[in-house]
Ligand binder design. Structure first.
Ligand SMILES: [Zn+2]
Ligand SMILES: [Zn+2]
Length: 346
């Protein structure tokens, strides 16, 4: 095997390859460049960070951001191998820090080392979301109402919870402008003021689906921006007139509502025990709610009839015995009054 030794044409040192030796190549190469300053822009209200023109929510504090901010100012020759960094930061004022970055590594087989100093600038800027909220900017209002009745406490709580969940989902997907800027219980129901139409529709659909109801959207032209029309949208969610547990009279039958779905009800016939669907178009009369039922004593059972001791008057009233009810004389049953009738709920 022939051993070939080359010599560096500049310094005469022996080299493994052709051309200049590592040390001479290094001497002619600028292997590190440091920007004199690095700027971190953050929102003083919510802590969001700005990169380029994009705001991102962040929980990071200055001590965590400093080292990577300093490193963002350091640019290495692409052939530097095994680089190592040591960052030391001193705070100078509330909006300035000084970072010493010590860099070491290898280039062309030669060890390199350098220290550079980067001024860290902590720049405050109100983010787009806080700016909008501060300026009372909004794109829509979700109005939650019930049909022919007031919202129940449970519906109010549920609607609020659904709204907050929807906001969390939008924000965690990076949709920062989908915020709720106000949420108020009014005499008529619940009003939710939202920062974007996408969250407005999201909340509306979720409440209508989960609480049972329908919705309509009413856009209103409020102005123009850069030649494009700007709309503000009112989302009206109308919850169903009836609730689970309501007892209603439909076509001569007494029914208890077991679930409310978009356009219809599922209800149990109090006499037969069978479940049926009640369409929106069917005429209904509200008798009361299960929570208003009272105890009545079964005085006797006579074929298809129950003799019930009326709770208030102490008189005995005969009612048809529900087919599904397993009861003996002396038992208590829950009843709901409808005029001079008693309905057995079980
Ligand atoms: Zn050389
Ligand atoms: Zn902010």
């Amino acid at each position: 095997m022939e051993i070939r030794t080359s010599f560096c044409p500049r310094c005469g040192a022996s080299t493994e390859g052709e051309g200049l030796c590592g040390r001479c190549r290094l001497a002619g190469t600028q292997w590190i460049e440091c920007d004199s300053r690095a700027v971190h822009t953050y929102c003083p209200s919510c802590g969001a960070q700005k990169r380029g023109q994009v705001w991102t929510d962040s929980e990071q504090v200055r001590d965590e951001i400093g080292p990577s901010l300093a490193l963002s100012a350091v640019h290495l020759h692409h052939e530097v191998r095994r680089p190592e960094f040591q960052v030391t930061i001193r705070d100078i004022s509330s909006n300035r820090s000084s970072a010493d970055v010590e860099v070491s590594g290898f280039l062309f087989g030669e060890p390199v080392r350098e220290v550079c100093t980067v001024e860290l600038v902590w720049q405050k800027e109100q983010c787009t979301r806080c700016n909008r909220i501060a300026g009372s900017y909004y794109e829509g209002v979700v109005q939650v109402r019930a049909t022919g009745r007031k919202l129940t406490e449970r519906e109010l709580r549920e609607a609020e919870r659904i709204a907050n969940e929807t906001e969390t989902a939008h924000q965690s997907e990076g949709d920062r402008l989908s915020y709720i800027s106000d949420l108020q219980v009014t005499r008529d129901g619940l009003d939710i003021v939202v920062g974007s139409q996408s969250i407005g529709l999201g909340i509306t659909q979720a409440i209508a689906t989960r609480l049972g109801g329908r919705y309509s959207t009413h856009p209103k032209l409020v102005g123009e921006k850069a030649g494009r029309p700007i709309y503000r949208v009112t989302y009206l969610v109308r919850l169903h007139p009836y609730l689970r547990g309501d007892v209603i009279r439909v076509q001569g039958s007494d029914l208890e509502v077991v679930s409310v779905e978009g356009h219809h009800l599922r209800a149990v016939d109090l006499l037969s025990g069978r479940t049926r669907t009640v369409r929106e178009s069917e005429e209904k009369r509200l008798i009361g709610h299960r929570s208003g039922a009272v105890d009545a004593l079964v005085a006797y059972i006579d074929r298809g009839m129950l003799g019930l001791l009326e709770p208030e008057s102490g008189r005995t009233l005969e009612v048809p015995r529900p087919e599904w009810l397993n009861v003996e004389a002396g038992d208590q049953v829950r009843v709901l009054r409808d005029g001079d009738r008693l309905l057995v709920l079980g």
